[in-house]
Design a binder for this molecule. Structure first.
Ligand code: SAM
Ligand code: SF4
Length: 328
């Protein structure tokens, strides 16, 4: 499946719910309104559309949200999709806040999941509560332990927030690497109203990197995971650090992915509004050829790149929808 710029689309991110048991300040407002359940794709629809993509050449599926593990019966979806790993599909992965990993880590591994991204912005319990509003750090850390015990490989994703967790980044990295986890930093992206001021906390990763380079030897790495992160090896820890910099650096030229929201809307670019309504197609016909035609037509409109900018005067989101709808 090639887009108009010759990029092969091999990666689909699927948001299975817009709901979440946290309210991270950069992601949602505290009184977030969620979609009516009838608007969401059913698990059967999620499976059908995912497999249509796999049939067209998608090799990797990442399940995200909202918090994917709060969706009722989501393990059934992992089991169904996991049964295709090795048969056209290379992997099914998950991005989670970790709150439910204690409960589900074993079942995820049994379903065929091998890698999990856990979002963790701090290891300070009070700061964790302030950032996530509703989160409980010990529960997340216990979830990470359960994931390790189940055999899942872990990557820690941390959003770098000026004046919030920036001072802790070196110790978070040491902790992640000390446990054998990859560690990736993310810049805040201007998506959705949160009731807060993102500009104040926006921290370019070029600055973080420069600061880290004072204490650590960062060696550029050719390592790629099929995502937009650029990696360095850290000589002192023996671990790897990734930088996802949608605003300071353009990562679009090698973009291999599209994103499906929990309502079946396909976004060809995280930072653009053009989309295709696959739910309507899913509900109009059982014919997968029609569904695949709709997917092809959408991919043919994949734009060359995003144009995120932090609007410093108005602090307005560049993209109105929340990350929790499209999936991070
Ligand atoms: N709830 C799960 C989690 O937190 O990992 C999955 C969904 S969450 C939307 C996926 C990722 O997006 C998380 O790593 C989160 O930190 C990140 N994220 C959310 N809003 C963001 C924003 N405005 N800018 C940058 N990253 C954001
Ligand atoms: Fe929930 Fe993830 Fe958004 Fe935090 S970043 S509010 S955990 S969806």
């Amino acid at each position: 499946m090639l887009d108009p710029f010759g990029r092969s689309i091999s990666y689909l991110r699927i948001s299975v719910t817009d709901r979440c048991d946290f309210r991270c300040v950069y992601c949602m407002s505290e009184h977030m309104e969620f979609l009516p359940r009838a608007d969401l794709l059913t698990l059967e629809e999620l499976e059908r559309v995912s497999l249509a993509f796999v049939g067209m050449g998608v090799k990797r599926l990442r399940i995200t949200g909202g918090e994917p593990l709060v969706r009722k019966d989501v393990m059934r979806l992992f089991e169904r999709l996991g049964s295709h790993v090795g048969a056209g599909l290379e992997e099914v992965t998950l991005t989670t806040n970790g709150s439910q990993l204690g409960k589900y880590a074993g079942a995820l591994f049994a379903a065929g999941v091998r890698r999990v991204n856990v979002s963790l912005d701090t290891r300070d319990p009070d700061l964790f509560r302030r950032i996530t509003r509703w989160g409980d750090l010990p529960k997340v850390l216990a979830g990470i332990d359960a994931a390790v015990a189940a055999g899942l490989k872990i990557k820690i994703n941390t959003v770098a927030l000026r004046g919030v967790n920036d001072a802790e980044i070196p110790s978070l990295m040491r902790w992640a690497h000390g446990n054998g986890f990859d560690f990736t930093l993310i810049e805040t992206m201007p998506m959705g109203e949160t009731g807060g001021d993102r500009v104040e906390h926006y921290l370019p990763l070029s600055q973080v990197r420069a600061k880290l380079a004072r204490d650590f030897t960062l060696i550029d790495s050719t390592h790629r995971t099929g995502g937009p992160a650029r990696y360095c090896e850290v000589a002192e820890t023996g671990g790897r650090i990734g930088f996802i910099t949608p605003l300071t650096h353009n990562f679009c030229e090698s973009c291999n992915r599209v994103r499906l929201t929990c309502t079946g809307t396909l976004f060809m670019c995280l930072g653009q509004d053009d989309s295709a309504d696959l739910r309507q197609v899913l509900r109009a016909t059982d014919d997968d050829a029609v569904l695949q035609n709709a997917i092809h037509a959408a991919i043919a409109r994949k734009p060359k790149g995003h144009d995120f900018v932090i609007d410093r005067r108005h602090a307005a989101p560049a993209v109105k929808r929340h990350m929790s709808l499209t999936g991070g």
